[in-house]
Ligand binder design. Sequence first.
Ligand code: SF4
Length: 410
Amino acid sequence: MAPRFRRPAPASLYGAGVSTFGTPSGPGDPDALFGLEEIRPGPPVPRPPGPSFRTSAEARRMLEVREIHAEPAAAASPRGREILARFPDAEVIPVGSHWRIPGLHGNPGNAGNWVRTKKTVLVLGERKSLTVRPNGRSADWIAPGAANGCAMACAYCYVPRRKGYANPVTVFTNIEQIIGRLGRHVAASGPKREPNQCDPRAWVYDIGENGDCSVDALISENTADLVHAFTRWPTAKASFATKFVNPDLLLLDPRGRTRVRFSVMPPEDARLLDIRTSPVEDRIAAAGDFVEAGYEVHFNFSPVVIRPGWEEAWSGLLRRMDDVLPRTVKEQAAAEVIMLTHNRELHEVNLAWHPRAEAALWRPEIQQPKRSENGSWNVRYATGVKAGAVEAVRRLVERHTPWLPIRYAF
Ligand code: SF4
């Protein structure tokens, strides 16, 4: 049996629920590099007292952490101690590396426990690589994520591809280093001189490439710290896609420097494929509140799944958006369109826990192999099929939601 940790004492410097951002300026402070003292908004306001969504029954249905696999340094860090204090009943198991956890990763037997593992297991680690990668689609840059893995279980999700068979959330506790790296990158990039489809004025950083920041915010202040950090960088903007409505994010005061991309698809597809997510109707209904709270709100039409009747289903979704979204959302929204890609290993995993979804996702008769950026082989819709579908989505958007520019489609 794996040894158990003695829980470190709760963090005294940072009370639970209080952001670590807003530490004093000094050498290495990204703002000192950028000379932004005059717009410094000061430390973020701690969460108002009283119950937050995070402690609600709905949040507990998403995450009921019973087991925390933790690198010792991560557990001992201020962020790590906050998280351990938040889940006092969880068993804490020390691990050498958040990437190699015997019995969790690479264990085919775990595929049958796919959803239970996501709900009950958490990993704490320290992020070693702080690389900022160029992107050019969803964002100009991919930020080093403050977490990876996800408590939701979309059947098409590419995030588990690297871990295999189990993909619970890993939280990176060295958030100051991640934000420091981003601050230096923003400073070095300077102002954006040419508008592009990512944004006309700001450099856009995707802060949630390998997970969902709204769910991460149920676990720690990492998402809050990133949202606050971007309020200090007027040439940059954070961006993340989400399928979960977390009302706690409405309290963060993002000052227009964070773009939330609500991912939507026809509700009948979502009921089959978007497992454990907020209903599509709730994501659409939340858009107005997020704009009012100071976020920019875009939409991800992602993934578009080709099936009999898919165009009618998307027409219905777009008409619904046109009917219910307020003017404040329509005036600033844009969309990206991403056709489904899939992967043989994920196909095998899915067959073990959700074979019905695979009937919609795995369609060899209209799919072809595709070499991904990291060199692995995926499948995507065959070239002609895909081009026709992208054009069909463009036409549907023009007809039903003409106020919605498509930033890109592929
Ligand atoms: S919400 Fe995003 S990261 Fe989470 S399972 Fe779904 S696609 Fe993956």
